[in-house]
Design a binder for this molecule. Structure first.
Ligand code: ZN
Length: 202
């Protein structure tokens, strides 16, 4: 075997080990994953492949591997690093984007279309119900976003910071100045009003 053939052999063996590891831990990857947005929209993520990432990186001279390069990859082959399940990724494509999800985090997604439809229907009903309530004497809490009867809602002046354009007569142009703002907001409770105020301080 030439040096280059040796190098390529060890490289293919290291890759085969990774591929086998992926197949053992993810023998039947789902074809699709589903995401349902809060307004009930279903996004389908089509799984295109499963892979191990990042791979251990090796280089060799294009024309002919050097002895040092062969020794390096041979050493890596003989002393394999422990493979890690959190480095198995499912690569997906959707309408207008593509990315990957870790096998260990696949539980964040819905794996059956029926389940996605059920969740979407529930969310759409919830949105519809909230819209009806908002049109009938209810408000949405500015902090926790819960819909709550106007009669029990709390109004509070929330003090914040902003910048405004002020005409500077000396410089003869508008300049940006820090200012304090007051916004009247509605909340479901005093706790939410206090939380909103706190989120603007510091
Ligand atoms: Zn609230």
């Amino acid at each position: 075997m030439t040096l280059t053939e040796k190098w390529d052999y060890f490289k293919s063996q290291i890759e085969a080990r990774e591929t086998e590891f992926v197949q053992i831990h993810c023998p039947n990857p789902p074809k699709e994953l589903f995401e349902v947005s809060p307004n009930g929209h279903i996004r389908v993520l089509t799984i295109e492949r499963v892979g191990y990432y990042p791979k251990k990186y090796f280089t060799r001279n294009q024309k002919r591997a050097s002895t040092a390069q062969v020794l390096e990859i041979q050493y890596a082959y003989n002393n394999p690093e422990e493979l890690d399940q959190s480095r198995i990724y499912l690569y997906w494509r959707s309408d207008n984007s593509s990315s990957a999800v870790k096998l260990t985090e696949i539980g964040k997604y819905i794996q059956s279309h029926e389940e996605a439809i059920v969740k979407s229907t529930q969310l759409k009903e919830k949105v519809k119900k909230e819209e009806d309530l908002l049109a009938n004497g209810h408000i949405r809490c500015c902090y926790c976003k819960r819909v709550t009867p106007e009669t029990t809602a709390i109004s509070a002046n929330i003090i914040g910071r902003d910048r405004k354009q002020v005409y500077d007569t000396w410089k003869k142009r508008f300049v940006s100045k820090a200012c304090v703002t007051q916004t009247l907001m509605k909340f479901c409770s005093n706790t939410c009003a206090a939380n909103e105020q706190m989120s603007r301080e510091g």
